[in-house]
Design a protein around this ligand. Structure first.
Ligand SMILES: [Zn+2]
Ligand SMILES: [Zn+2]
Length: 155
């Protein structure tokens, strides 16, 4: 089951790369395979840990190419804590909780009621500006449970 999904995702990724004139090289395949397998945003450090043979500079270059092709998106609380995940239209719409202390990113899926009301409000705001909305991102910044247990963050 999971492999069917990975196969069709890989076909989509290959098509997107072709569209911008990129080849789906083995390095890019390794990165995309890792992102499919892990299923949540990863840092360059996570990639280095899971793909020890790939130099960090290559991993970074592949990520830049994959972002340019619309396959990967960057999720981050700050430049210090870059994380990467598959583009949302390849996976599923969701939001993020980002820890500004340790960089942890937690994927969250609000209910359809929240999405409907958010889309309604955003639609009204956009229409007033003559703007046609296509999608939204909602990243919430704060302190994760682990960092919250650290006394420095207790109020
Ligand atoms: Zn944290
Ligand atoms: Zn949403």
């Amino acid at each position: 089951m999971i492999y069917d999904r990975a196969d069709s995702l890989n076909d989509l990724v290959a098509a997107r790369l072709r569209f911008v004139g990129q080849r789906y090289t083995s390095g890019k395949r390794e990165i995309v395979g890792l992102l499919i397998e892990v299923g949540h945003p990863v840092s360059i450090g996570d990639i280095a840990e899971r793909l020890p043979k790939m130099p960090r500079s290559s991993a970074y270059r592949h990520l830049v190419d994959l972002q340019q092709a619309g396959v990967v998106r960057r999720v981050t609380a700050s430049d210090e804590f870059a994380r990467f995940e598959l583009a949302e239209d390849l996976t599923e719409h969701h939001h993020h909780l980002l820890c500004v202390h340790c960089g942890r990113v937690i994927d969250v899926k609000p209910g359809t009621g929240f999405e409907a009301s958010l889309n309604r409000t955003v639609g009204q705001l956009a229409r007033a500006e003559g703007f046609v909305p296509q999608s939204h991102r909602l990243d919430v910044f704060g302190i994760c449970a682990t960092c919250g247990r650290n006394s420095a963050f207790r109020s």
